[in-house]
Design a protein around this ligand. Structure first.
Ligand SMILES: NC(=O)c1ccc[n+]([C@@H]2O[C@H](COP(=O)([O-])OP(=O)(O)OC[C@H]3O[C@@H](n4cnc5c(N)ncnc54)[C@H](OP(=O)(O)O)[C@@H]3O)[C@@H](O)[C@H]2O)c1
Length: 281
């Protein structure tokens, strides 16, 4: 498998303080990348930076505060990155949450807001830096859960979570990741590519909201976070998929998406997302 050399390339990984994101960031740093961990908690983010530095002996690992549940914070974080004046070679939109109920600062359903709208805005705002790189990639960590969504009811997205466990809304937010990736691929310059993926069913903190006595039972046969990072790293570095922008991957192979993931729905989601983020663009 031929891989892109990431040494000295600038990589931003969101939600990199734990789980799949932490392993993704660590492996990119091990390969010599200049890795920026974009995390909502300063304490957890800086602890992860220290852990990676110690683990792989890299000095070019940094922290960037980013809370995807607040579009104003997303804008501030992107401005902080852009103020460095450096190109961005790789953006891994990894952060996500599941099994939560509520609304974001701007009133969007929490999973839709954190898993789709925040990353939508973050990516838009970082495009000038991605455009400065000789070639750049965007990796969107979606989920096979997107296959369970039956579409997007746009009237529900400016409300609190309707379902009791938030699973239905999670699946819609992950469908949004796949749709965003499809539409983004059409709009990017030729030397910037984008991919989406399912990481596997992984024992990470994503299951943190399942009550304690049940959680170990539910997660006992799941794959490790190291396994979980493999497809993200594949999409980030594999040279053979370079031209396959907009596609979806499972187990490091292209996979079919939900049949409701049409070009029309992707365009509608894009237009609405742009409108919702207008104030911050
Ligand atoms: N684990 C699985 O089986 C599985 C399956 C399919 C897809 N995925 C996807 O894989 C990605 C990584 O998940 P994971 O399993 O590694 O979960 P995880 O261990 O819970 O990590 C999620 C990361 O996202 C961050 N995050 C949550 N809300 C955020 C916000 N408002 N702003 C910024 N960052 C935020 C978390 O930060 P805090 O630590 O501060 O909360 C954490 O760093 C997610 O997109 C998830 O949907 C996971």
């Amino acid at each position: 498998m031929r891989e892109e050399d990431v040494s000295d390339r600038v990589c931003v990984v969101t939600g990199a303080n734990t789980g799949i994101g932490l392993v993704t960031a660590r492996e990119l740093a091990r390969a010599g990348g200049h890795v920026i961990l974009a995390c909502r908690s300063e304490d957890k983010g800086r602890a992860a930076v220290a852990e990676i530095r110690e683990n792989v002996g890299s000095k070019t690992v940094e922290f960037l505060q980013l809370d995807l549940s607040d579009l104003a914070n997303v804008k501030r974080a992107s401005e902080e990155f852009l103020s460095k004046g450096i190109p961005l070679h790789l953006l891994v939109n990894n952060a996500g949450l599941a099994g939560t109920r509520g609304q974001t600062t701007q009133g969007f359903e929490i999973q839709f807001g954190v898993n789709h709208l925040g990353p939508f805005l973050f990516t838009q705002l970082l495009l000038p830096a991605l455009g400065k790189a000789d070639s750049a990639r965007i990796v969107n960590v979606a989920s096979r859960g997107h296959l369970r969504a039956t579409g997007i009811d746009f009237s529900l997205l400016k409300n609190s979570t309707k379902s009791i466990l938030g699973f239905r809304e999670y699946c819609v937010s992950k469908l949004a990741n796949v749709l965003f990736n499809m539409e983004l691929a059409k709009r990017l310059p030729e030397d910037v590519t984008t991919y989406s993926l399912h990481p596997g069913v992984i024992k990470s903190e994503i299951w943190r909201r399942i009550p304690w006595p049940i959680r170990p039972l539910v997660t006992r046969n799941m794959l490790t976070v190291e396994e979980g990072a493999k497809t993200s790293l594949y999409c980030a570095t594999n040279l053979a998929i370079g031209a396959d922008s907009g596609r979806y991957y499972v187990d490091c192979q292209e996979a079919p998406t939900n049949k409701v993931a049409t070009e029309e729905l992707a365009l509608e989601l894009w237009n609405r997302s742009e409108e919702w983020c207008q104030e911050y663009l």
